[in-house]
Design a protein around this ligand. Structure first.
Ligand code: 13P
Ligand code: SF4
Length: 320
């Protein structure tokens, strides 16, 4: 089937089933183009919490679909490919978390949404890359904060708070291995360009960035800057939206290794099959969901005061 025909069929099925297609910026371009809502983790969580659709099809990875199920327990949440996970989310277990909590009994636990539902359930509050600093600074009663599972996000946050941050040792295998040498090599080819990086990159890379932010933050930065060349320090999927929104600007990937294979599992055909066969349902059991919901909702309350990033996309099929 032609790509365009498949896109039209998916849009029709979404309408028939009163379903909404939520898409992360790292997804394949042809999926981003038919999103009902395209955004970063924070914007997608907010959308999942407030949608009145009966069904949420999540084009992202498992922790995102789990968050949607936690926030909207009465809706059917579908992840079109079961194996789409996040290696960073698997870098801490509940036993490890409980052990470190014992070591720092007076520390608050701030958990990056790139984590399992069970880990969220053992946390005080969640954060995303868009609001980590705001979330940490909102904890007026805590002087010490355990930030899990991403050590780089924790170290970046520690530069913007007076609190003592205790980082966990997890990392994103896509962002962590970008090197300052790679940045310098691209900068020498594009001396006028600005460098925008995701906070999952290592501290020595963030130190030489002109802008650090979530995927939604990078999209906004690219839109607002008057500079015409931007070196991009995050996953390759974001290039599609950057180029689409800014046809007169040049976006240069800092490395050709910035590809998250988990984010690339889902194809248009998987979304079509997911809608026709109602698979794969992601449902978080209530014994985990209720505590995880508390941590996620606490984050959303802080974020709603502060704002978020994302883009509502027109549903008209002619614009695909
Ligand atoms: P965002 O919070 O920018 O959406 O990032 C999610 C992610 O998985 C980054 O690797
Ligand atoms: Fe996880 Fe990294 Fe992929 Fe994001 S880019 S989903 S943090 S592995």
């Amino acid at each position: 089937m032609r790509m365009k025909d498949l896109q039209v069929k998916i849009k029709t099925l979404l309408r028939e089933k009163n379903a909404i297609l939520l898409v992360h910026y790292y997804q394949r371009p042809e999926i981003q183009d038919i999103a009902d809502f395209l955004g970063d983790s924070l914007a997608l969580s907010i959308e999942a919490a407030k949608t009145d659709a009966d069904m949420i099809v999540f084009a992202g990875v498992r922790f995102m679909a789990e968050s949607a199920s936690i926030l909207s327990p009465n809706k059917t949440v579908l992840l079109p490919r079961e194996e789409a996970g996040c290696p960073l989310a698997d870098m801490i277990t509940v036993d490890e978390l409980e052990a470190i909590k014992k070591q720092y009994p007076d520390a608050a636990v701030v958990t990056y949404v790139n984590s399992s539902a069970e880990i969220k359930a053992h946390s005080d509050i969640c954060c995303t890359s868009a609001n980590a600093v705001t979330v940490v600074n909102s904890l007026t009663d805590a002087e010490k904060v355990l930030m899990i599972p991403d050590g780089n996000l924790a170290r970046y946050t520690s530069l913007h708070t007076d609190k003592v941050i205790i980082p966990w040792s997890g990392y994103c295998p896509v962002h962590h291995f970008v090197t300052p040498e790679e940045v310098s090599a691209v900068k020498s080819r594009y001396p006028e360009a600005l460098f925008a990086a995701h906070p999952e990159c290592a501290p020595e890379v963030l130190k030489i960035a002109d802008f650090v932010g979530s995927t939604g933050g990078i999209i906004r930065f690219a839109r607002e800057t008057s500079v015409g060349q931007i070196i991009v320090g995050t996953e390759s999927g974001i290039m599609h939206q950057l180029q689409k929104e800014n046809p007169d600007k040049t976006f240069i990937p800092v490395s050709d290794k910035l590809i998250c294979h988990d984010m690339k599992y889902i194809t248009l055909k998987d979304i079509f099959d997911s809608l026709t066969e109602v698979k794969y349902v992601v449902k978080v059991p209530d014994n985990i969901r209720i505590a995880a919901n508390k941590a996620l909702n606490r984050m959303l309350e802080v974020s709603l005061l502060w704002g978020c990033s994302g883009k509502r996309v027109n549903n008209v099929i002619g614009e695909v």
